[in-house]
Design a protein around this ligand. Structure first.
Ligand code: GLU
Ligand code: MG
Length: 451
């Protein structure tokens, strides 16, 4: 695989070598939705060096494209610049002579801007480095493949079971197209397989720096959605599409290394030993800040229909070796041990979620926060009393609870920063208001005739 361009000069050379005629410059808003403009070759030099203008007000629009109530970045709030990060460059093989690059949001004078999720991620990465640490991450999403029905609705493309060969056979062209496309985009694919739900699949990419992790994730999501569309399907990453079937998670795999990324510090020194002190304290930080992290990683009303006991989606704050029922687990054996954080879903902006996770982990290292004993058991088959006796605490049960936890958690709030956080909260609370004012089909079905 060719290495990514390291700076604007290398990016300009690469655009020429790759015969690029359309350069898509993108950023991802607070809901993780990609925004892009395309630039022709005559604009490459200026766009690569100085960025492209976007409206700041778009960042205060919710996922419905409406201004959040109380929004202050309105029509008069002016512009931001989106300046490409050359390391995120990749060609888009399905679109002739086209490439994409993700950018930093900057103030109009070109200076760093704290409203930018990528910039906040850089801040926490730098803070870790100042204390002698770096981190590796990989984001592993699940999604459903849905096909159209005559009544205008969508339904899963198959009902094959978890990890079955039939699951791959029934979507074999799609799966090989996704893998080929991502490899051609320089995204090292890990695995792609059939998940538990009907039409549900899961895909992993190899771990890398936090920036590689988010850029690979965005490439993966965009490609999966695009190839599904080209097939007449939808690839939906919505957290819980069907109440009776498995939800879609976004598992975050994390490990802590020395500054040069040479030595993995997550593990104990013996082959099958558990976490090191550093690894344990990092995990302790994740658990201590789990309620606030839920506000970042599970930021929609729908997210809370997924986080239920007995669904392999966590509802409680505990960790274990191998245990898939808690908020964090240590999967794998020997050298492959790392921390898997399980509450997040694909309605988040992963740059913000990762910023919160790394900030929480660093806080755990600084304060030597113990995560408690690993828990062996599954809340899905426990009674309330058993849970109480075991001292298990719950993740926030609703979006308002999670957003409040986020707002009140000094460490995580500080990692996101005072420029960005109030606007993130406004956008998310705006969706909440829209949801709460809506009369849902369930309500009519339940109350219409009997009340
Ligand atoms: N689908 C489950 C969730 O929504 C996760 C299943 C798994 O462990 O891969 O969290
Ligand atoms: Mg899975």
């Amino acid at each position: 695989m060719p290495t990514a361009p390291a700076d604007p000069g290398e990016l300009l050379t690469r655009l020429q070598d790759d015969r690029i005629e359309n350069l898509w410059i993108t950023y991802h808003d607070y809901s993780g939705i990609g925004a892009a403009k395309t630039v022709p070759p005559s604009g490459f030099r200026s766009a690569v060096n100085d960025g492209l203008v976007f409206a700041k007000a778009n960042l205060e629009m919710d996922i419905l494209d409406h201004f959040a109530p109380g929004a202050t970045w309105l029509g008069d709030s002016g512009d931001i610049l989106v300046v490409p990060d050359p390391r995120s460059y990749s060609v888009l093989p399905r679109f002739p002579n086209t490439a994409i690059v993700n950018g930093w949001m900057r103030a109009t004078d070109g200076s760093e801007w704290d409203g930018c999720p990528r910039t906040r991620l850089k801040k926490v990465v730098d803070e870790l480095a100042a204390e002698g640490f770096s981190t590796m991450a990989a984001l592993e999403p699940e999604f459903y493949l849905l096909e159209p029905r005559e009544n205008g609705d969508w339904s899963p493309i198959n009902s094959t079971r978890m990890f079955t060969t039939a699951g791959l056979q029934e979507a074999s062209q799609f799966c090989s197209d996704v893998v080929a496309e991502l490899e051609a985009m320089n995204v090292p694919v890990g695995q792609l397989g059939k998940e538990y739900g009907p039409g549900q699949y899961e895909m992993s990419v190899k771990h890398g720096t936090p920036f590689e992790a988010i850029d690979r994730y965005w490439a993966l999501k965009m490609t999966v959605r695009d190839l599904a569309r080209a097939n007449g399907w939808i690839a939906s990453f919505m957290p819980k599409i069907y109440s009776e079937w498995a939800g879609n998670s976004l598992h975050v795999h994390l490990s802590i290394w020395d500054t040069d990324g040479e030595t993995d510090l997550t593990l104990g020194s013996e082959d099958n030993e558990g976490l090191s002190d550093i690894g344990r304290w990092f995990l302790g930080g994740l658990l201590a800040h789990a309620p606030a992290l839920t506000g970042l990683g599970s930021p929609t009303v729908n997210s809370y229909k997924r986080l239920l006991p007995g669904s392999w989606a966590p509802a409680n704050i505990y960790w274990g070796y191998g245990n898939r029922s808690g908020v964090a687990r240590i999967p794998g054996v020997g050298d492959r041990r790392h921390i898997e954080y399980r509450s997040g879903d694909n309605s988040c902006n992963p740059a913000l979620f990762l910023t919160g996770l790394l900030g929480a982990g660093l806080d755990g290292i600084r304060k030597r926060t113990e995560p408690g004993e690993p828990f062996q058991g599954d809340v899905g088959v426990m009674t309330e009393a058993e849970m109480r006796d075991a001292g298990l605490t719950f993740l926030p049960r609703t979006l308002p609870e999670a957003l409040e936890a986020l707002e009140n958690d000094e460490v995580v709030a500080q990692a996101i920063g005072e420029t960005l956080l109030p606007h993130f909260l406004e956008v998310k609370r705006s969706e909440l208001i829209a949801y709460e004012l809506h009369v849902h089909p369930w309500e009519r079905a339940t109350y219409l005739e009997v009340i």
